[in-house]
Design a binder for this molecule. Sequence first.
Ligand code: GUN
Length: 273
Amino acid sequence: MIKQAVVASGLKPGLAVVLVGEDPASQVYVGAKGRKAEELGFHSVQHTLSAATSEADVLALVRALNADPAIHGILVQLPLPGHINAAAVLETIDPAKDVDGFHPINVGRLAIGEPERALISCTPAGCLLLIKRAVGRPLAGLDALVIGRSNIVGKPMAQLLLQESCTVTIAHSKSRDLAALARRADILVAAVGRPEMVRGDWVKEGAVVIDVGMNRIPAPERGAGKTRLVGDVAYTEASLRASAITPVPGGVGPMTIAMLMANTLTAACRAAG
Ligand code: GUN
């Protein structure tokens, strides 16, 4: 249905994804983003560069994509190899094409309360949609705890919840008595990268729990050397108390990709005037 609407509009949103190096997880993410863009009828291009590519060459590619009228969204997959300054790359992306929402202009627009003029980081934007759907009424006044302070998830998530007039607490590795903070939270977002750290008895009865964690842990029960993916929340325990909770995998991940597509469409519409 979305594809038909896009085709009917005459717009052809264009998404360019840049991958530097061979990180296997990044290859999976980038592949999923490109496939979804094609499925929706977008113009989708992927630039795969060797891990030895110089920063100057990455910057030159970003500048070429900035100048390409067929491209409305540019995503440089992180992490970048250590010799490349990620901040320099992200700041070179045209803010109007910054569908990851990582450029300081977009981060700043969110921070000063102008999210409608920004492109918003995809994972937190997807989390907010899930939270709104689960709560089903204005979030104003609710206690929200965000565990994790990354630029990609924790900080923009806190900004978005503040924008909804939640009382927001940001916890991190130095926070004291995380369990007590969590037990007060009507909304709990875990984005810390510690397998199953949030236990069931940390969850307030009826809370909405969003698990952004993606942790690979050994799974000897599946055979020697096998692993499995778990979140930052002990799902089975927590689901006994939460009114809504996202699973890992399959919860936040698909929402992130959906929001990337939404940002690309938004960028294309803005470019068309
Ligand atoms: N690496 C992990 N998550 C992300 C993301 O949302 N965007 C980009 N560009 N890289 C990532």
